[in-house]
Design a protein around this ligand. Structure first.
Ligand SMILES: [Zn+2]
Length: 106
């Protein structure tokens, strides 16, 4: 995992629609967060809220630094490229993890 990643805003990339290299702009795909989402996820959220309520704290083990389990400190980053010629958006095939992520303005 790379700690710090900087990606240029404008890149030359292959566009599958135009079938050639074109100038494209980079943007980050927004993921996760508290989505209104499905009813199933809503139920899970309600249950966790109920378990944390009142005295006694959380029934789940505390997340400690260096432990095998628990929350990750890095974020998964997905990139999307918008072709300047045809206006189509193409998503990068692979996601990667990074602690800090930045899109450099040229
Ligand atoms: Zn294109």
């Amino acid at each position: 995992m790379v700690i710090n990643i900087k990606v240029p805003k404008d890149v030359m990339r292959h566009c599958p629609t135009c079938r050639k290299h074109t100038a494209q702009t980079t943007e980050q795909v927004k993921t996760a967060g508290r989505r209104s989402g499905s009813a199933l996820k809503q139920g899970t959220r309600r249950k966790t809220g109920y378990l944390h309520k009142g005295y006694g704290g959380s029934p789940y083990p505390k997340i400690e630094h260096g432990s095998k389990f628990g929350a990750k400190t890095s974020h998964k980053i997905m990139l999307r490229y918008k072709c300047k010629e045809c206006g189509k958006k193409n998503q990068a095939r692979t996601a990667f993890r990074a602690k800090k992520f930045e899109i450099k303005k040229a």
